[in-house]
Design a protein around this ligand. Structure first.
Ligand code: ATP
Length: 221
């Protein structure tokens, strides 16, 4: 039986790749979540802007997920003007889902830097955290967040499902050493990142000349 939890996997998805997609699929399956949303950041406050416009990042996510109706795109951050803070995003989701558990999914690298997020302590009041393993990222929490993660850690999915928020579960996913940075570098350098991301997404990137790619690379003839 599926859980009534809502999973939210935020990121810049610049572009989306199989590291994101496989992790999402495995968490959805393992935690039996039927409402799993990938949520592209509009104007991410944690770094110096993005490379592709929100419009393109959204379009690429939609292409990647088109064959998989159980994984959906939540557009609320890209539809909002100005910087998007996860704490505000989760509050707006919470207002819609009542007391259903919300699972904020993030990779280990992102979890390690959680204490730099805007009003990060409040995230635990709004959602559970599901931390997914990622190659080359070990758990390394700064002192203030280490305590939060330690105190709130649970081992079983059912410990998350009995309450709306406040726990942390670590989930091992298949280790795919893929990053958007590497894909962008390959494209800008005239190389072909095929098989690291869906072919439909790569075709979109080439069609729109994103990330400094050359449209002719990777085409036959
Ligand atoms: P960039 O290289 O531009 O920083 P990225 O590949 O890290 O991008 P993001 O969109 O920044 O992708 O990541 C969104 C979320 O997905 C983060 O929580 C990140 O930890 C997680 N994530 C990204 N790639 C992987 C992967 N290969 N395996 C597991 N989690 C991943």
């Amino acid at each position: 039986m599926k859980n009534r939890a809502v999973a939210v996997f935020g990121g810049t998805f610049d572009p989306v790749h199989y590291g994101h997609l496989r992790a999402a699929a495995e968490v959805a399956e393992r935690l039996k979540v039927s409402d799993f949303r990938l949520l592209p950041a509009g104007q991410p406050p944690h770094r110096e802007g993005t490379w592709a416009d929100a419009y393109h990042r959204l379009a690429m996510l939609e292409l990647a997920l088109a064959p998989y109706p159980d994984l959906t795109v939540d557009e609320r951050e890209v539809r909002r003007d100005g910087p998007s803070f996860m704490v505000d995003t989760l509050a707006s989701i919470r207002a819609q889902v009542g007391d259903a558990p919300i699972l904020l999914c993030l990779g280990q690298d992102a979890a390690n830097g959680l204490n730099r997020w805007h009003r990060w302590r409040e995230l635990f009041d709004l959602a559970h955290l599901v931390v997914m393993t990622r190659p080359r990222s070990r758990p390394r929490y700064p002192q203030d967040s280490a305590e939060m993660f330690r105190e709130r850690r649970v081992q079983r999915t059912r410990d998350l499902m009995g309450q709306p928020a406040g726990r942390v579960r670590h989930v091992e996913v298949t280790q795919l050493a893929i990053s958007s940075t590497d894909i962008r570098r390959q494209l800008a350098g005239g190389r072909d990142p095929r098989f690291l991301l869906p072919a439909t997404v790569l075709a979109y990137i080439r069609k729109h000349g994103l990330y400094g790619c050359n449209e002719s690379v990777g085409k036959k003839g």
